[in-house]
Design a protein. Structure first.
Lengths: 150, 363
C-alpha cells in the first residue's frame, strides 16, 4: 500500500459526510438521527458531519419504507453521491417495512431492492448510539483502499 | 386584473438541508421577493388508514402511534380515548393524570425540537444545540416513565401501562426544575438576541383574519391571537387542572417560536400540578372496547388532531379517518405567510416556524 493510500484511509475514517433521506417513515427515526447532533451524543467529535447535501456526502442514511413518490427520485439521489459511498438503512422500515408492510399498503419495502444497502440498523426507532456506531463501522470497511480495489 | 411579472419559479426541496422530511415548496419570485408559494406533497404517503381498516384495535393502536413519530403519545391518547368513549370505559384518576404527564412531556420535546429546527434554519446553531441538549433531558424523563424514547404505547384502554414509581416522581420533579431554569434562559436569549430579531420579527406574518380564514391550528394560530383554538380546554382532566392557553398577537416567526417556549413552561407547570395532586390508587380499570362510532379530537403539539372511528362488536376498526393538524398550518404557511416574504432566505425559516410534520400530513 502506498503512503498516499494509507493517508487517504486515515483521512476518510475521520471525515464522514452524511446525508439523510426520508422515503416514507413515521418521523421517529428522523428525530433519532437529529438527536445524534445533540451535545450528548456529539456526532461531530467522531468526524461525522451531517449536512444533508447528497453531492458532498459519503454516507446516505435511508429512513422509511419506500413510498411510490420516490420511485424515480431515490435512484437519482443515489447516483448524485460521489464514489466511494455507502447507504445505511435506519430502522425497521427500510429493512422489512415494519408495521406498514401489510395488505392494502402503498409502500414497497425493502429499500435494498432499489439501491444497494451496506448496513442495516434495526429498531423502531433505533437509539442514537446505535446509529452512531453503524456510521462509524461502515467507514473502515467501505472506504478503505478504495482506489486499490477499484 | 393586473399582469404579474414573475422572474423565476424556484423549487425548494424535496431534499433540503433545513428540512427533516421531504416536501417541495415552489416559490414564484421577482428578484428576492416571493410573490406566491405552492406546496407539493406526496413523498411520504404510506396509506396507514388503508392498513388500519378491518384490523383489531390492538394492532391499530400501534399503527396510530406510528402516524407521527414526533407526537406519538397524542395519537395514542386520542385513539384510545375515542375507544373509551365508544364503550364507556372508565379511567382511574391516577391514570388520567399520568396520561397528562406523559402527553405534556411529549409536547415539550416536540416544541423544543421545533424551536431547535428554527434556530438551526436561521443559523443560530449555538441556541439550537442548547435546545437539543435540553430535549434529551425531556426524552430521559419520558423513557424513565414509559420505557421508550419515541414509540411508547403507554396509554391503553382503561388506564396506562406502567405506574409512576416514587423515585421517578422525584427525578421528574428535579428534572422539571432544571428544565424551567434552562428554558427561561434560552427564552431570554431568543427574546433579546438582536440578530435573531432581524431574522424573525415581522417576517412571515399571519394576521388573525388570515389565520381564521386558513383554519390555522395549534401554536401557529395561538401566535396570531386565537387562544380558544386549544382542544385541551375541552378535555376533562385539563379542565380540572385549571388549564388556560397562551397566545400572542404578533403572528410572525418570532411569535410562533415564543408561543412554543411559553407552552413548554406551561407544560412544566401542568406536570408539577399533576404530581402534586396525583392520588394513590389503581392505574388500570379494565374494560373491553365494543361496537360504536365516534368523532373525537385532542390537542397535538401542532394543533387539533381528530379521529373518526367506527368499530364492530369484537373491537375491530371498521372505518377510520384521521385529520392531522399540520396540513392546515402548511396551507396557512404557503398561502399567507410566505406571500410577501422579502427574501428567499426567509422561505425555509418561515416554513419551519409553522412546524410542518409531513409524515402525519400524508400518513
Amino acid at each position: 500500500m502506498t503512503m498516499l493510500q494509507s493517508l487517504k484511509n486515515f483521512v476518510r475514517s475521520k471525515s464522514i459526510h452524511v446525508a439523510y433521506v426520508d422515503v416514507g417513515s413515521c418521523n421517529g427515526c428522523d428525530i433519532e438521527v437529529l438527536a445524534c447532533l445533540a451535545p450528548r451524543y456529539d456526532i461531530e467529535q467522531y468526524g461525522i458531519f451531517v449536512h444533508n447535501n447528497p453531492r458532498e456526502a459519503d454516507v446516505l442514511l435511508v429512513i422509511g419504507a419506500y413510498t411510490p413518490g420516490w420511485e424515480e427520485k431515490l435512484k437519482g439521489l443515489w447516483e448524485k453521491i460521489p464514489d466511494p459511498k455507502a447507504a445505511i438503512a435506519i430502522g425497521n422500515c427500510p429493512i422489512s417495512g415494519c408495521l406498514f408492510a401489510r395488505p392494502h399498503t402503498l409502500v414497497d419495502p425493502p429499500v435494498a431492492k432499489h439501491i444497494p444497502i451496506a448496513v442495516q440498523v434495526p429498531g423502531c426507532p433505533p437509539r442514537p448510539t446505535e446509529i452512531l456506531s453503524a456510521i462509524l463501522s461502515v467507514a473502515p470497511t467501505v472506504f478503505k483502499d478504495y482506489e486499490v480495489r477499484k | 386584473m393586473t399582469k404579474r411579472t414573475v422572474d423565476v419559479s424556484i423549487p425548494v426541496g424535496p431534499v433540503h438541508p433545513c428540512w427533516k422530511e421531504p416536501a417541495r415548496v415552489k416559490c414564484e419570485t421577482r428578484g428576492e421577493f416571493v410573490l406566491s408559494a405552492e406546496v407539493e406533497l406526496g413523498y411520504m404517503k404510506k396509506g396507514i388508514e388503508r392498513i388500519m381498516r378491518g384490523r383489531p384495535w390492538q394492532e391499530v393502536m400501534f399503527l396510530a402511534e406510528r402516524v407521527c413519530g414526533i407526537c406519538s403519545v397524542i395519537h395514542n391518547m386520542v385513539f384510545i380515548e375515542a375507544l373509551e368513549k365508544i364503550s364507556a370505559i372508565p379511567v382511574p384518576e391516577r391514570a388520567a393524570l399520568l396520561r397528562v404527564i406523559v402527553n405534556e412531556l411529549d409536547r415539550m420535546q416536540s416544541h423544543i425540537l421545533a424551536n431547535f429546527s428554527y434556530c438551526y434554519t436561521i443559523e443560530h446553531e449555538t441556541l439550537g444545540m442548547y435546545l437539543l441538549d435540553t430535549r434529551e433531558r425531556v426524552m430521559d424523563e419520558l423513557e424513565r416513565i414509559t420505557g421508550a424514547r419515541v414509540t411508547c404505547a403507554y396509554i391503553v384502554p382503561g388506564g396506562v401501562r406502567f405506574d409512576l414509581r416514587p423515585e421517578d416522581a422525584l427525578h421528574l420533579r428535579a428534572g422539571m426544575d432544571a428544565l424551567e431554569r434552562d428554558i427561561t434562559r434560552y427564552m431570554g436569549m431568543f427574546e433579546h438576541g438582536p440578530l435573531i430579531a432581524l431574522r424573525s420579527r415581522g417576517i412571515g406574518i399571519l394576521t388573525r383574519e388570515a389565520a381564521r380564514e386558513a383554519c390555522a391550528v395549534g401554536p401557529t394560530a395561538r401566535a396570531s391571537g386565537i387562544p380558544d383554538i386549544d382542544r385541551r380546554l375541552r378535555h376533562p382532566t385539563y379542565q380540572k387542572l385549571g388549564f388556560a392557553p397562551v397566545s400572542r398577537e404578533e403572528g410572525d416567526n418570532f411569535a410562533r417560536i415564543m408561543v412554543r417556549f411559553q407552552e413548554v413552561l406551561q407544560s412544566i407547570a401542568l406536570i408539577r400540578k399533576c404530581l402534586d395532586t396525583l392520588p394513590e390508587g389503581p392505574i388500570r380499570g379494565g374494560g373491553i372496547p365494543g361496537a360504536g362510532e365516534i368523532a373525537y379530537s385532542g390537542e397535538a403539539p401542532r394543533g387539533e388532531l381528530s379521529y373518526f372511528i367506527k368499530t364492530d362488536e369484537a373491537g375491530r376498526v371498521v372505518e377510520i379517518s384521521i385529520q392531522t393538524p399540520s396540513i392546515m398550518n402548511i396551507e396557512a404557511c404557503c398561502h399567507y405567510m410566505l406571500k410577501g416574504v422579502a427574501s428567499l432566505a426567509d422561505v425555509p425559516s418561515t416554513f419551519v416556524s409553522s412546524d410542518p410534520c409531513i409524515a402525519c400530513t400524508e400518513r
